[in-house]
Ligand binder design. Sequence first.
Ligand code: BES
Ligand code: MN
Ligand code: ZN
Length: 498
Amino acid sequence: MKINVAAGSIEKQKTDGAVITLFEGEKLGPIAERVDKALGGMIARLLKRGDFKPGPGTVHLIYPEGRIAGERLVLAGLGKRSEFTINRLRQAAGKAAPYLRAAGATVITMSSGGIGLDEEEIAQALTEGSMLGLYRFLKYKTKEESDRKKDIRTLTILTENASSAVTMRKGVQVGEAIAESTIMVRDMVNSPAADMTPTIIAAGARGIAQEFGLKLQVLERQQMEKLGMGALLGVASGSAQPPKFIIVEYRRGGKKPFIALVGKTITFDSGGISIKPAENMDRMKDDMSGGAAVIGAIRSAAALKLPLNIVGLLPATENMPSGSAYKPGDVLRTLSGQTIEIINTDAEGRLILSDALAYACRYKPAVIVDIATLTGACRIALGQEAIGMLGTNEKIKEQMREAGDKTGERVWEMPLWEGYYDQIKSDIADMKNTGGRDGGAITAAALLSKFVQSYPWVHLDIAATAWTEKDRPYTPKGATGIGVRLLTQFLRDYEKKN
Ligand code: BES
Ligand code: MN
Ligand code: ZN
């Protein structure tokens, strides 16, 4: 889809679909007012009768029949002005664009003056919302389906004053870079595990590295053995697929210390010998969402040329049962030297992360952020509306919260108090890999915290948010690509604040 910025009035645009935004419970703004006039007061009547209430994420289709230049007009609701956030605009675009595609439009135009926000941010949000809302995963569909309408070819973002076009074009570029990375991540996560093995992920990372001039290193089993990554190797021992430890370095920050991003990359989590129930096990192809998000965030950082040094670390393996698999009762020796007693082989994410976090410390990083589909308990605690956040550094946590609020990928903190550590004490090793049902998201993070030394560290649990079973305004059901926008925003702000 080509995205343009142009100056002009929406009612004069020749387009398959014009989109204007409306706040709930107030009189029409200047743009809507003009369109309404051209339509003989139709919008005002619709609102007055209550046929359309412009709540957040709502859309209403009108056929103007020649009274404005566009074939179709979509009214997109923003909710109440007092509750407005930039995410509402992203949602409006994310609903309107696929709605127009379903109606048969291929050229669409959006106008959103009078919202009173930074113009670059508006353009970025409209771009992200549209691209992400239009996302479809068709790789495995072989038949044309009646509901598979043609793609939208052109989106024009309209501004009333020509002087803001340059700023808005910048916003479009930023939005495109971030949305493309998010889409790449959704494709990776939606792909079946057989087509997204550690080997395939490593090859994909190599492609990105070449495209964006990143340094890539992939450690093979032998090298992991030599280093002593006993936790990652323990998890990998049941799988016919060879594990990979993927290291991506992006360097544009001169002498600045590295920011380390660590992503759980379990390409399929069967649970191992502590095997999961059959119901919904197919979803466990999404257990590499953290690693994919790290690649996605580094891709956007590189596309945006952020002046930072970033290292991405992806411990990649399947978790499978077999005659060679690791077992409950085993003790694994991690890269850090600490030992972990295995109580449940399904608590594998924290194991592979323990080696990756220890490896991250070798960079003497300014910050370590790990992102992982770590615990079902996180969904019990927070549902699908928030990413679970735990960590050791107040400033970094605050910055992550701000990035979450801006992007709509919101985080909510859980405590890492001393008492939780009692739950992972082992009788025979330094710790055990599960702490029981109570506070499961917290005890998992407590284990991770033992591998970050004193480096500022934040852990993000995306187990509940990496996948959605229902369509959301700019997130169709399936892989959400969560983490890319959050981490990219965190990195963009980090560059300014530190
Ligand atoms: N990958 C899962 C977590 C998960 C569960 C992600 C549901 C998405 C949806 C993780 O490896 C896991 O199996 N965790 C266990 C830990 C338990 C054995 C202590 C869990 O949450 O049940
Ligand atoms: Mn598991
Ligand atoms: Zn897992």
